[in-house]
Design a protein around this ligand. Sequence first.
Ligand SMILES: NCCCC(=O)O
Length: 693
Amino acid sequence: MVLGAGCSAVSEATAIASHLWNLVQLSYSSASPALSDKKKYQKFYRVFPPESSFNPAKISLLHAFNWKKVGTLTEAQVELFALTTSDFLEKAPSHGIEILTSESFSNDPREKVRNLKRHSVRVIVGNFYENKARVIFCEAYKEKMYGPKYAWIITGFYTRMWWKNKDVNFPHDCTVEQLEEAIQGYFTADANPNSLSQSPGISGKTYDQFAAKYSERTSNVNKTAYQEAPYGYDSVWAIASMLNRSQQEMELNGWDRRLENFTYQDTEMADLFLRLMNSTQFQGVSGPVMFDEKGDRRGLTQIEQLQDNTEVRVGVYDPSVRVEQIHWEPGRPIHWIGGHPPADSITEKIVPKVISIGLFFTMTTLSALGIVLSFLFLVFNIRYRHQKYIKMSSPNLNNVILMGAILAFTAIIFSGIDSSLVSLEASLVMCKCYNWTLSLGFSLAFGAMFSKTWRVHKIFTNKKFQRMVIKDYQLLGIVCIQVGLDVVVLSVWEALDPLHIVFLNHPLEQVTDPHNDNQVLIPQSRYCESAHMWYFAGILYAIKGLLLLFGAFLAFETRKVTVPALNDSKFIGVSLYNVVILCMIGVPVALMMKEEVDACYTLISLFIFFATTLTICLVFIPKIIHRNKPPHPGNMWNKSAESAAAHRTMLGTGLNDLDAKDIESLREENENLKTSLREVLKWLRQCVGNTLR
Ligand SMILES: NCCCC(=O)O
């Protein structure tokens, strides 16, 4: 018989040939799953289990800590590891384990370590020799892939203090201390080297007695040798037991030859050896020794953990027990660096990008103030609608302007009610309400303002001085047409291509949850969108753009009309520039800042607020100022004839008391009034002149 080899590579090279000499070969240490190939290695046995036989124990370990997502890292050019990993990859999914990534390398593992990190792997099952392990853990140290968030399960047959060794072919640039920091807590699954039985086995020794003898006889403290010694010892016993039984069998069956007569051509005797090897069963110092149909040892698997630079057995896995679970060693708890097992993956939590509540309340308060202001102007407008100055400024249309402003302010409130405040369904309704209120508000406010100016324009540009009467209801009709257009476009939009909520995740903006290291927060934007929204929005923008253009034209045309009560052209002009500039800046900036929810909301809300407030203030504040001006003879629009006469008298009597500055001011006002009078006469000529003639 052949005893050996130790390493798989040597066993493979010899076992492929030894059977041709009718030799049975028994290895005490070779772990490659390739050696289980009975066609290739016909008379090969081993007392050391194949590395792949530890996979069920590794899977059991994963289950024990609820690790369902793992990555693998394999030294692929070594068959021992390649086959072990492929067996693991084959078994894992049927045990509910997801492989996040399976990385293989031949020489340099560093890039593959980084790949594991890229795939957010937290639990790594590694199959590689210790020279590569040093490079791998050095890279893991640099990439911070160790500590409380990571678990490594690696090969268990490395030499003692393997991280302190050097290999000139595979150098690394980490210090021993750095490596020690990176490797703390790793797990190994390996053959259990000692029998759990306290009674002596075939050799007449218990494991402890054997170990004591071994230590006594050898000064070799190399862990591998020490760990594998029981297998070597049991291998010799397996051979002896088999040869012993074969001699007995030959005698029993009346063979004419004995063991010492064996020749390399004696196939009959080799077959007998094989048969008896298959039926080998005894209690060794490494536990029960028996071989399966592939000649592999079936035995216990030990789970070890590196604790304070020492591999400590924390559990034993017995594949022969029906309930395949690890028997944890009493009194040897697992050391968790973070106090608990790491999570198997980074969980992703979607965090909606919503408008901050403080901002919403600020903008809503502003909008509410805008609405209150609009109502105050409305009260003023209704209350003084019969006074000439107000009457001549078309109070009905001014009311419509205020209704538009109220809708625009309401739109700001709708735009801030998102999914942080109401359900998704309700936030979609808010989205639609925003579209409607803003669009209708614009049409009402600017439609009324521009149609009012259009009337002034029609009257003052009437070259033939014909009588021209344009009634309020006609102007209101123009506003209704604009509103109607909005209603049609918005209704068709709603019917054909309704808005819906679109979710957009931003994985590049993800951050670690400050309360949970194993969770990343992925911002998610939520938009109201529809497939062809830009067509419908485009139509609305075009209508409103034309309205603004028309308003600009009217404001320019009526710029010389100086009857303040009649003409808002200067104010319309200011409102118009204001709206155009805000739209030109606001729309593209808001589109570009779409992802920045708060900034976008602030920008749009402030623009709407500013444009609307300025517009109504420009229309109404001059009227209020005019209404509250101290009465004097020139202020002819806001007082009764009697009070005007009284004031004239008062002014006349006190004329001597006036200083030169007052006189100059009065003179200036007189000039203004003359100009106004000329305009009024011109207007009157148009209104009544034709009739009088
Ligand atoms: N027990 C260590 C095995 C190594 C190898 O099979 O090459």
